[in-house]
Design a binder for this molecule. Structure first.
Ligand code: G3P
Ligand code: CA
Length: 241
């Protein structure tokens, strides 16, 4: 199987991360998947933004958790990258799911939440995925593995992936125990041998965030299920050579 290319926060090396523009451009570049981050808003909606605050990526400030979705819409999520992108907003997950619904595209939704919001974010995500089922399977990932376990207990068919910087104690057995299909890891921490061993155990292996040519080639040679990259165009050129 060919290694798939997932665009990390959309085509984020060129366009403002986690915006509809970055997602559209990733699809135009040929990415087979899009990785995106979600945060809970004050009104229990799901906003597509990496940080818990607005400061780094928008012209607003303060905690996302203290804003309603309507309030978030006042800010630009593109102007800090380029004034040309000032109309880009913080998308809602609902908007992304509607846009992706009929596409041959895998969405990798990463849960970003405070531990006390674990059940709320999981419930809201499950509700949205039920209303807006996707053509391709959606992968839910998180560093909070208990959140994944909660999702699996509610809806066994949802595909999950554990985020981790490096290997866990007996990674394959751990993932099996929690019924987690994928392992999303910081690629410098695993050898090609580690990757192949886990693939042999049936684990879907998706390293992040792989941008340089040498590392991309190594991931392809190891047979990774997907690479998560800021530059899907470059990753596809290297893969399709
Ligand atoms: O999903 C992989 C990667 O996105 C995790 O790190 O900080 O970019 O969300 P981060
Ligand atoms: Ca992420």
């Amino acid at each position: 199987m060919k290694t798939a290319v997932f665009a990390h926060r959309g085509y984020s090396s060129k366009y403002p991360e986690n915006t509809m523009l970055a997602f559209r451009k990733a699809v135009e570049a040929g990415a087979e998947g899009i990785e995106l981050d979600i945060q809970l808003t004050q009104d229990r909606e799901l906003a597509v933004i990496h940080d818990s605050t607005l400061d780094r990526t928008t012209d607003g400030s303060g905690l996302v958790r203290e804003k309603t979705l309507k309030e978030l819409n006042r800010y630009s999520a593109g102007s800090l990258v380029n004034p040309l992108y000032r109309e880009e907003k913080v998308p809602s997950l609902e908007e992304v799911l509607r846009w992706a619904q009929k596409k041959e595209l895998t969405l990798n939704i990463e849960l970003k939440h405070d531990p006390e919001d674990r059940e709320i974010i999981a419930e809201e995500l499950l509700r949205l995925l039920q209303v807006l089922p996707q053509k391709n399977s959606t992968i839910v990932s998180s560093f909070d593995h208990e959140a994944l376990a909660y999702i699996k207990e509610s809806e066994e068919h949802i595909v999950t992936a554990a985020l981790s910087l490096g290997l866990l104690i007996d990674t394959a057995a751990y993932l099996k125990k929690y019924n987690i299909e994928g392992f999303h890891y910081y690629y410098p921490m695993l050898s090609s041998k580690d990757v192949k061993k886990l693939l042999h155990h049936g684990v879907k292996m998706r390293p992040f965030t792989v941008n340089d040519a040498e590392s991309l080639k190594e991931c392809y040679q190891s047979g990774c299920t997907a690479v998560i990259t800021d530059d899907p165009h470059r990753a596809l050129i290297l893969r399709n050579r």
